[in-house]
Design a protein around this ligand. Sequence first.
Ligand code: GUN
Ligand code: FE
Length: 477
Amino acid sequence: MPSYISGTFRGYPSTGRTQVLPELLDRSLVVDQVGNIAHFEPSNSPASVSLIALASQTREPVSQIPEGSFLLPTFCDLHLHAPQFLYQGNGLDLPLLEWLDKYTYKAEERLDSDPVLAKRVYDRLARRLLENGTGAVSFFGTIKAQTNEILAQSMLDAGIRARVGKLSMDISSRPTYVEASAEASLEAARVFALDTCALLAQQTGKSLIEPVLTPRFVPTCSDELLSGLADMSSKHSLHVQSHLAEAYDQVKWVEDTRGKDDIDVFDQARLLNPRTLQAHCTYLTPPDLQRIVDSGTSIAHCPLSNIYFSSEPFPLREALKMGVKIGLGTDVAGGYSLDMMSAMRNAVAVSRMRENRRLTEVRASSSSSTNEVVDEQASLAITWTESLYLATRGGVIALGGSWKDLGHFKVGAPFDAQQIKLVGEDREGVGALDFFDLASDISPAGLSLEMVEKWWCIGDNRNRMKVWIQGVQCFGV
Ligand code: GUN
Ligand code: FE
């Protein structure tokens, strides 16, 4: 049965531009039997009016998004280490390589040896993701195939779209957490990606789960493993994800042991291409970023984790201008929050600090000192609306593949949405939100952009009422 929804939507132009003009639109939407959007037009268009009339004749329920609420596409988290949810919020006191040794490999190995614990962790992770409005995730898992199957099953049960990455690593500082050889690692990756994930899709008849080849990062992967995964990716059109130029100790380690930069190692392994998603990239130079653009590689920007592990902020504005496909990642548990609102806020905050530094340098070198006009074209700051784009549509474009229509509302796209409530029936702000000028602030649709901006800054899960993925309501009542 189709479902009918009427109310305010926050839309995006479909061009993939980053300077989006936010729109609050009064629309009617129809979702078909398979969960795709079949109709999306202004509520007062003749087609909308007759569809809603038809629904009432046939007594099909029409969900009215209440005044003071709106629908937004679900968030797309481009980079999350599922097993690290076990110790989320702990142990962030060390540089990257020491952190991996002391906490990460141990935690991942623990889940690989305890399927009951893995199930508990992954079921809870799925619930938390839905509470936070995340509908699609690219996961890093663990080495052992069965633990990744548990992860896939937990996400399937919750109805979340998941790219599941069984880790590939044939080098490790932890002798008990490593694959026996490049050959063994490649075979395990092949079986998981091609057989296990295909079986899961077949069993459910849905395409919510996809495999992604996941060489952890250069320090844990031999050249033989990396190029073997590149062959597998091109032969079977499989996506690939990894970490690139993330932290000083890691970049130095690669230089010392391989005698070249991360990006050259990946390039020589043929792992810079449109199927590849690389996290971080904080140490890339402008010419390196040009190689990323030219190769069609995507970037998962994970600002909170960068603040802990990198000395360099990611040059987000420059990368966007160059045309890199970019979305946001939480990088749990190098990032302690799985909330994409936190990823957006941190992305904006880091960009603001970069812009303030740029302005300081401009002022220091110019004679006009304090009052020169701020050059918006040169600004390194990104806006809150741009970050919202990166957390939704931008992430989907960076993911590529079969979910490419997500992240905005348009006919033919899957209906993946979250319902956000800003103002209650009592005309008071919901949760942390206080509005003192409601009457003058409010647009005909019941909302103003300033109200959405306030939610972006200080809203929380109390504002999220429902989440749908592929037309199925997965969260809320
Ligand atoms: N580089 C290699 N492995 C990891 C990991 O688990 N987390 C982060 N943030 N970086 C990594
Ligand atoms: Fe990571």
